[in-house]
Write a protein that binds this ligand. Structure first.
Ligand SMILES: Nc1nc2c(c(=O)[nH]1)N[C@H]1C(S)=C(S)[C@@H](COP(=O)(O)O)O[C@H]1N2
Ligand SMILES: [Mo]
Length: 513
């Protein structure tokens, strides 16, 4: 065997594994079950030590998902390449072929084990296991074909390596794999946009008032007051966004209640619906960071549902669970103290996007998302904090987490170059469910001077601000701080997001010509 043959052998192993993964990908799409790569990935997410996970959320955002898949596939490819070399290069013994096929089987088994244990949106046993089982069988079959192909009876080479048969086998597998992959990407299986688009959201019983004029400061580059759905930040812990068919969905209300309820989507849509503007924030947001967004939601007041179910004495928490088994703990008081906590069914005039929790998610003004904003919710259990722990609190985040008062400079962008003379800075500030009372800006080490506040929409939404200053040539630092309606002034002491949200002041350095 020469080097080129060794390379061909490695490629053969990789193609065998790739074909199996592609076929598994197709089966996952058709069944709605987890692709084995994702089953491993979700477990990696759950196992990742806090700091690694924090880093991934912060630095990679939504990009960490494809990256994780690529990483897992890269490891698989290396192992498969080794298997190919063992099984195809000389001496081509039956034992070595068996080892190669054994490696493929082991990889497939690993996928199956993770499909069994890791969090998944798949509800049935068959849908949960089928993709991994088919991947396993395909991997074994494909590897067997690859390692047996070169040594056929019509070996044309002196060393007995039937190049033609080998190439034919590998190419055929590659065609099958590419076909399966392409089919999955092109066809949309399962409940797709069509199902979602069919949902008619009734006119809310209590519509939000139209946005007051002046909520948006007239400065180019400032965040839009209402964040468009495709631009809304996303934090989730799955590699594949669940696509729930509402026909198969219900929400269970149970635990310390007098009467258990099971609510279908039509049940919820038939109830009193309120429409509210609410700004969500992620606890992982660094000072000045992007994980905050504002939307107009329609939903069923959670307090209405709790009143119907009848909360028993002693309960102080709700443990909500999403379809993939992720849990979130919310103080019962935040759901019953009169604020607009809702089971949301619509976001900015349309049914919830799949990414944001279709068909139903929780939205609670004033609490960070990880303690309140359960997407793809299926279970809502009234309980006591002492009786459970939730997904994020198991990973070192605080049990209770009201959103901290914060402010951000959107304009000018950091390290922008601006002209000397009259200049403008602008941005957003938030202190959900308390409201923003004041925003101040400091130039270099000068005095704190008040910014002009945009009109307030509600105390549950962020508020924009603008600030005029005179830019003199040189480098300058702008710092912002907000005061909320309780009189709390943002502290300059900076702390990281963990365990209950970042604190500190956002600043921006600009160059003035
Ligand atoms: N099912 C589920 N719900 C979830 C999460 C999640 O990972 N899974 N992340 C939470 C976090 S940390 C935040 S900040 C918000 C983000 O909501 P968004 O992705 O719609 O912006 O959802 C919350 N709800
Ligand atoms: Mo979050």
């Amino acid at each position: 065997m020469r080097i080129s043959s060794r390379l061909a052998a490695a490629a053969g192993g990789v193609v065998a594994a790739g074909t199996a993964l592609a076929v598994g990908y197709l089966v996952a799409a058709v069944t709605g079950g987890p692709w084995p790569v994702d089953a491993v990935g979700v477990q990696v997410i759950d196992w990742a030590p806090g700091p690694v996970k924090d880093f991934a959320v912060r630095e990679l955002g939504t990009a960490d998902r494809p990256l994780l898949r690529v990483g897992i596939c890269a490891v698989l490819a290396i192992v498969a390449a080794v298997a190919g070399v063992i099984g195809v290069t000389r001496p081509r013994t039956g034992r070595r072929q068996l080892v190669a096929v054994g490696i493929a089987a082991a990889l497939g088994l690993v996928g199956l084990v993770f499909a069994i244990v890791s969090r998944s949106a798949a509800t049935g046993v068959a849908e949960r296991l089928l993709p991994a089982i088919v991947t396993l069988i395909t991997a074994v079959a494909a590897m067997a074909l690859v390692v047996r192909s070169p040594g056929g009876p019509k070996a044309t080479q002196p060393d007995g390596f039937d190049r033609r048969r080998f190439m034919l086998t590998v190419s055929a597998l590659a065609v099958v794999g590419t076909g399966a992959f392409a089919t999955t990407r092109v066809a949309s299986f399962g409940p797709g946009e069509a199902v979602r688009a069919k949902i008619r959201i009734p006119r809310p019983t209590e519509a939000a008032r139209p946005l007051p004029s002046g909520v948006q400061v007239d400065v180019p580059g400032v965040s839009r007051f209402v964040t468009p759905n495709p631009k809304f930040y996303r934090v989730d812990t799955l590699l594949e966004v669940p696509r729930i068919d509402p026909a198969d969905w219900e929400l269970r209300i149970r635990g310390m209640v007098n009467k258990e309820l099971r609510l279908s989507l039509p049940d919820l849509l038939d109830r009193r619906l309120i429409e509210r503007d609410i700004t969500l924030t992620c606890v992982s947001n660094e000072v000045g960071g992007p994980y905050v967004g504002n939307a107009r939601w329609i939903g069923v007041p959670i307090a209405d549902v709790l009143a119907e179910a009848g909360v028993r004495a002693g309960a102080d928490a709700v443990k909500s669970t999403s379809i993939d088994g992720l849990t979130i703990g919310t103080p019962l008081s935040a759901l019953t103290d009169g604020r607009d906590a809702i089971f949301a069914v619509a976001m900015n005039g349309e049914p919830l996007p799949f990414e944001h929790g279709f068909p139903v998610r929780m939205v609670v003004p004033g609490l960070y998302g990880y303690v309140s904003a359960t997407k793809w919710i299926v279970d809502f259990e009234v309980t006591r904090f002492q009786d459970f722990s939730a997904y994020w609190t198991d990973r070192g985040w605080a049990v209770e987490a009201p959103i901290k008062t914060a402010s951000r400079i959107d304009v000018p962008k950091g390290f922008a170059t601006i002209k000397a003379g009259p200049a403008i800075a602008a941005g957003v500030a938030w202190a959900q469910h308390r409201g923003i009372a004041k925003v101040e800006v400091q130039v270099d080490d000068g005095p704190w001077r008040p910014a002009v506040l945009a009109t307030e929409d509600t105390i549950d939404t962020w508020r924009q601000w603008r600030f005029r200053w005179t830019a003199t040539p040189g480098t300058h630092k702008l710092t912002v701080r907000a005061t909320d309606a309780d009189g709390f002034v943002q502290t300059s002491r900076s702390t990281p997001p963990r365990p209950d949200g970042s604190s500190g002041l956002h600043n921006t350095v600009v160059m003035v010509d």
